[in-house]
Design a protein around this ligand. Structure first.
Ligand SMILES: [Fe+2]
Length: 376
C-alpha cells in the first residue's frame, strides 16, 4: 500500500484561501462587462491563455479543475471546448447560454451541475444578487484550449488583444508587437459555425443534475456498520459507488467521473484505496480525510477546498461537523472505479449480511455463491 507523508498530503490540499485569480486569462478580458472575471486554475492549467496564471497543483490528473468568480452582471463570452466542460455552481446564480449566438439558456444555482457538450459555443453570466463562484472540470490533461466566438475575436482587436495559434494572449497595449493575421487564430467562418450541432433546452436538461435531481443512496459495503452508511448521488459516468442501482444521468465519456457524497454528522466512509486519483471538493466544511493504514496523516477540509488523494493510498472520510456535508468526488477515467476496503471492513460487513458481488457491488451475502471455477 502506498504511504503518504503529512507534508505530501498538505501539498495536495489546496485551501480556498490558496486559490489565486488571474484577470487576464482570456481574449475577452478587456471587453466591458467581462473585464471583472476572475479565472482560477486549481488542478492543471485548464484553458487559460495567460502566462501569469498561477496553477495550484500542476500535476496531471487526467482532468483539470478550475473556477470562475465574477460580480453580478459580468459575462464569460461564447467559446468552444474540445473536451468536456462541466460547471459546478457553488455560490450565486449563473445563467449559462449555448448555441451559435448563445440563444439558449439554463439558470444554475448552488449545487447544480451542468455538462456542456464539446464543439458548441457556450458562455455564462452571473445573474445573481452578489458574487458568484462556479468550479469547472475539464476533460483530459491537455484540453486543447478554446475557440472564441468570431465576434469576440474581432472585437478584442479593438482593445489590442489577439490570440496566437498556440493559445497565448497577445496584448499590444501592453507592449507586445501586433501580430500578423497568420500568427493568430482566425475568427471561425460562418460556414463552419453553421455546421456546429445545436442542442435544444430539453436535450441540455438531460446534461444537468440539479440538487433536486440527485438520487442519494447508501453507497458502500460498510453501509450497515456503526457510524457508516454514507450516501452517493452519481452525476457523471461510473464513479466509486458500490450500489448497483446507481446510474449517472450524464454518461458520455468525460475522462472522469463525478459524484456527490453525503455524510451525516459523525458519519464516515471506511478506509479504502483506489487505483485512480481522487479529488474532493466539499460544499461545507468539517470533513476530515484520514490517510494511511493508521490514519496517522490527516487533512481537515474547509468548505470549497480542493484536495487530491493519490492512487493506492488508504483514505477514509468523516464528517466531524454538526451538520450534514456534501462532498464533490471527481475520479480520473471513464471506467467503473473499484474501491478496495480493508479486510476488517469486509469481514464486519459480512457479519451484517453484506458482501461484494463479482462486479464489485454490494449484495446480500447469503445470495452470493462461492464460484470455484476461476484459476487462482
Ligand atoms: Fe469554458
Amino acid at each position: 500500500m502506498t504511504q503518504i507523508s503529512q507534508a505530501d498530503a498538505d501539498a495536495r490540499h489546496v485551501k480556498r484561501s490558496d486559490y489565486q485569480s488571474c484577470t487576464v486569462a482570456f481574449i475577452d478580458c478587456k471587453k466591458p462587462g467581462s473585464h471583472l472575471k476572475q479565472n482560477y486554475s486549481i488542478i492543471g492549467p485548464g484553458v487559460t491563455s495567460s502566462t501569469e496564471q498561477v496553477i495550484n497543483l500542476p500535476e496531471a490528473h487526467g482532468f483539470n479543475i478550475g473556477a470562475a468568480a465574477m460580480p453580478t452582471g459580468i459575462t464569460n463570452n461564447l467559446h468552444i471546448h474540445f473536451t468536456a466542460e462541466v460547471f459546478m455552481v457553488y455560490e450565486g446564480e449563473y445563467t449559462f447560454r449555448w448555441g451559435s449566438n448563445g440563444e439558449n439558456e439554463f439558470v444554475g444555482r448552488p449545487g447544480d451541475i451542468l455538462s456542456i457538450p464539446t464543439w458548441i459555443f457556450r458562455g455564462f453570466t452571473n445573474t445573481g444578487e452578489g458574487e458568484g463562484w462556479v468550479f469547472t472540470t475539464l476533460g483530459g490533461d491537455n484540453t486543447g484550449g478554446v475557440i472564441f466566438h468570431p465576434d469576440i475575436i474581432r472585437e478584442a482587436a479593438d482593445y489590442g488583444l489577439y490570440i496566437s495559434k498556440n493559445n497565448v494572449l497577445i496584448d499590444s497595449q501592453n507592449g507586445d508587437p501586433v501580430p500578423t493575421e497568420d500568427q493568430c487564430i482566425a475568427p471561425m467562418a460562418d460556414d463552419d459555425v453553421a455546421k456546429l450541432r445545436s442542442y435544444t433546452p430539453e436535450e441540455m436538461r438531460e446534461r444537468v443534475v440539479t440538487t433536486d435531481d440527485r438520487d442519494f443512496r447508501p453507497a458502500f459495503i460498510d453501509m450497515a456498520l456503526e457510524g457508516c452508511g454514507a450516501e452517493i448521488a452519481p452525476v457523471i459516468g461510473h464513479g466509486i459507488t458500490q450500489n448497483r442501482d446507481h446510474t449517472a444521468r450524464i454518461r458520455n465519456p468525460h475522462g472522469f467521473s463525478m459524484e456527490w457524497l453525503r455524510l451525516q454528522p459523525g458519519q464516515s466512509v471506511s478506509a479504502f484505496t483506489l487505483s485512480e486519483k481522487m479529488v474532493v471538493i466539499p460544499r461545507e466544511g468539517g470533513v476530515r480525510l484520514a490517510l494511511n493504514e493508521t490514519g496517522d496523516v490527516s487533512v481537515d477540509l474547509g468548505a470549497w477546498d480542493t484536495c487530491s488523494v493519490p492512487s493506492g493510498v488508504l483514505r477514509s472520510l468523516q464528517n466531524v461537523s454538526a451538520a450534514p456535508v456534501e462532498v464533490l468526488v471527481v475520479v480520473s477515467g471513464d471506467q467503473q472505479k473499484r474501491p478496495r476496503f480493508r479486510s476488517d471492513v469486509i469481514e464486519a460487513a459480512f457479519a451484517h449480511g453484506y458482501a461484494l458481488d463479482a462486479q464489485g457491488y454490494v449484495a446480500s451475502a447469503h445470495l452470493i455463491p462461492n464460484y470455484g471455477m476461476v484459476a487462482e
